[in-house]
Ligand binder design. Structure first.
Ligand SMILES: [Zn+2]
Length: 186
């Protein structure tokens, strides 16, 4: 079971994700992460929810029993009819998926999932948006990319209604071949 720790509330060490950090860089990362939290909070507020992630504070450091680490957050928005859209940001060391390297690097991604309402039920949430994965080669660039990803989520989540995303996880009228079938089960 993964352990999740709020960055804002418990201020965990960041070196597990980023490697050795000077105090200056550590402070600079935390300032950027506070801006990410504020951005996600604005998105949550827009959808009438109290905050982002389990602790409602925004970004969390997650440690998996495998030793994998990530910094991530999600905002869950409900359409009031029991349908949920999840807006997610993630920052992971490039070794996260098992690709070893002697160079430090981080991948940052914004994504959106929506409750599946297909006739042929996929049993959960379907991916309805995948942002471009940004590869950063220093910690501050990775943090800035995470802020950019959060800002993109806020833009997508506030300029389009939830129904736009929910409609991407249901059958289109007169179309029983799901257009996103090929990419949904990766
Ligand atoms: Zn589905």
């Amino acid at each position: 079971m993964a352990e999740r720790v709020s960055l804002a509330k418990r201020r965990p060490r960041l070196e597990g994700v980023f490697g050795p950090l000077t105090e200056e860089v550590d402070a600079s990362l935390r300032v950027i992460f506070e801006r990410v939290d504020a951005t996600l909070r604005a998105l949550a507020t827009h959808h009438g929810t109290s905050g982002a992630s389990l602790e409602r504070t925004g970004l969390e450091l997650t440690l998996f029993p495998s030793g994998q680490l990530e910094i991530s957050s999600d905002v869950g928005a409900s359409d009031g009819l029991g349908n949920i859209v999840a807006f997610m940001v993630e920052l992971r060391p490039t070794w996260f998926y098992g690709v070893g390297s002697d160079k430090a690097g981080w991948d940052v991604e914004a994504s959106i999932d929506a409750d599946c309402r297909h006739t042929n039920d996929h049993g959960g949430m379907d991916p309805v948006f995948r942002g471009e994965v940004i590869r950063a080669t220093d910690p501050e660039a990775a943090a800035r990319a995470l802020l950019g990803a959060a800002e993109e989520l806020r833009r997508l989540g506030t300029t389009k209604p939830l129904s736009f995303w929910l409609d991407r996880a249901r059958d289109a009228p007169d179309d029983h071949q799901r257009p996103t079938d090929a990419e949904s089960k990766t």
